[in-house]
Design a protein. Sequence first.
Length: 163
Amino acid sequence: MFHFVSTWVAPAPAEAVWRVLAEVEAWPDWWSGIESVRSSAPSTDAEPQAAQVVVRSPLGYRLRFTLELTRSEPPWRSTFGVRGQLRGSGFWAADPADSAAASDAADGAPVTRMRIGWCVVSDRRLVRLLAPLARWAHGRIMAAGSAGLARRLREQPPAGLSR
């Protein structure tokens, strides 16, 4: 079983971060390593309840899995189930206190600090064989996501929020 927790700091208020992350089909545009995302079963509040994701590992293999939204508290938290070549659960959480504390940047601009966690297993033989390198590979993918999200928020602030 793999347990990973990553911390991201994004240069925007939590509402803006949530809007970018909720546009799951756009993740490949800014998140290096995410090859494709296809939403299905949209919910009544316009957030997808499930999305098929293909990730290309820095180790050269692809992982295909479905994220299923199980709980959503915009803009602070979401939890999801994972099924496919990865199985388990995950979460995304922004802490209001952390976000407020992090906004003391030199320019006073708001930032959001968040944690993303995964607890998953894989039946793929290659993934199991490469398990000792999993933390490194996961770290690379998540670092690319953090950098890509920051870039996306600076270049294209979500509609309704000015910078």
